[in-house]
Design a protein around this ligand. Structure first.
Ligand SMILES: Cc1cc2nc3c(=O)[nH]c(=O)nc-3n(C[C@H](O)[C@H](O)[C@H](O)COP(=O)(O)O)c2cc1C
Length: 306
């Protein structure tokens, strides 16, 4: 997992669910893919309204389950549950900037401000499982607190196996360029994250000392990008991918939930194509799976059933 030039799919809440991961793997079977962030409270509490609390990962390839929370014991319990469910590694979220997570819950990016709590969580999670543990973090809280290196040193002391580093601060959210620092000399391997889209970016990150890259938003509407970066071919017909993704989503969530959830994917897949605005408006009104199938087939001119 920690050889050089590894390509990871970033955790994206609302996106890197099981159906999406299946699609990514069709183009990049070896990709390391991180799940959407999973609340330790929701997981340990077995909250039934959250399907991913019941995911099993045995039949998936290299999938890391990402947890978030601020409760040391619950984070350790959550890690154990996910290990038992077949996750190949546990990733601790130390970068999520949204207020619900970072300020109200004292989790995610807040852990960059509280290194003692961050250390306690990392140590407890590492002790709780036999699989590797990683962290995903940012440069720091804001421009005056870019202490990513300190956190990575603590992570190494706690037995964390590797870190993913997003080249923005918490204050930057997702705005402005991501600037990845030189990581030569870090005590554990570091994966670069932030605005990585092209083979050139991958090369540049290797030169800065990163052991791999983690792709986030560039996967939206282009789930084959990880495969392409690894030198594999993209799809012959995007419409076939869209239909397959929809079928996986219907299978997983059921049509009632899957159809509205799929609108954002339909928008990303069609972005920049002729008549995409009309397609989006049409799809946003559709509530029935067969109607959505027909709209996709019409837009991309394909028919999986044929
Ligand atoms: C819609 C969305 C959802 C995200 N969800 C998560 C998440 O669940 N856990 C996490 O650590 N980061 C999350 N992120 C951050 C990404 O993993 C990544 O760090 C960020 O998008 C920068 O990488 P990129 O420029 O390649 O997109 C999310 C970002 C977006 C845009």
């Amino acid at each position: 997992m920690f050889d050089n030039n590894q390509i990871f799919a970033a955790p994206l809440a609302g996106v890197t669910d099981r159906p999406f991961r299946r699609i990514v793997r069709q183009f990049a079977p070896d990709a390391r893919i991180v799940t959407e962030m999973i609340s330790c409270h929701s997981l340990v509490g077995g909250h039934k309204n959250c399907l991913r609390n019941f995911d099993r990962y045995d039949d998936e390839g290299a999938v890391g389950a990402q947890i978030f929370g601020a409760d040391v014991a619950l984070m350790a319990d959550a890690a154990r549950i996910l290990q038992d469910a077949g996750a190949k590694w546990i990733d601790i979220n130390m970068g999520c900037p949204v207020p619900k997570v970072a300020t109200r819950a004292g989790a995610g990016a807040f852990l960059m401000r509280d290194h003692r709590l961050a250390g306690d969580i990392m140590r407890a999670v590492v002790r709780a499982v036999e699989i590797p543990v990683s962290i995903k973090t940012r440069l720091g809280w804001d421009d005056s607190h870019k202490d990513w290196r300190e956190l990575i040193d603590i992570a190494a002391d706690c037995g964390v196996s590797f870190a993913a580093l997003h080249g923005r601060t918490r204050a930057q959210l997702y705005v402005g360029p991501s600037v990845s620092p030189d990581v030569h000399g870090c005590p554990i391997p570091v994966v670069a994250n932030g605005d990585i889209k092209y083979a050139d970016d991958v090369l540049r990150m290797a030169q800065l000392g990163y052991c791999g890259v983690m792709i986030g938003r560039a996967m939206l509407g282009r789930p084959w990008i990880l495969g392409e970066l690894a030198g594999r071919p993209g799809p012959n017909n995007v419409g076939d991918v869209v239909r397959q993704h929809l079928e996986y989503s219907v299978e997983y969530y059921g049509a009632r939930t899957a159809v509205p959830m799929f609108r954002k994917h339909a928008a990303w897949y069609s972005a920049g194509m002729p008549n995409s605005a009309e397609f989006r408006i049409k799809v946003n009104r559709i509530t029935d799976a067969d109607e959505l199938r027909a709209a996709i087939d019409e837009f991309w001119g394909c028919d999986l059933a044929a």
